[in-house]
Design a protein around this ligand. Sequence first.
Ligand code: ZN
Length: 133
Amino acid sequence: MKKVEHIGIAVSNLDIANELYTKILGTNPYKTEFVDLEGVKTSFFQSGETKIELLEGIGENNAISKFIKKRGEGIHHIAFEVEDILYEIKRLKDRGFKIINETPKKGADNKLICFIHPKSTNHVLIELCQEIK
Ligand code: ZN
């Protein structure tokens, strides 16, 4: 694992949250993106080497809307940047972690991503991400 790449925060209204985080971080989001496959709208803020990813679900049938319904807004996942996502998936699987998607999928911000189930990580959803080159 190279570093914490970003922290994902579930929000119910991306426009309002963008304004709030612009005030907190003193910078505008550098990117807003729809991830059709996941049914979410995202925006990204740079904060030093790390990013803040805000996520709003579109409609009800997506992970973010379900998360907010169950637990309210808040931190949704922590993402670690990796050099070789397939290697890390195998490494963690071999150590008994439950991988949600063993085949990495294309996520926001030009990344291949996979998630580790919170049941095996003290209830923290962990994302692995690898830059698509
Ligand atoms: Zn993420």
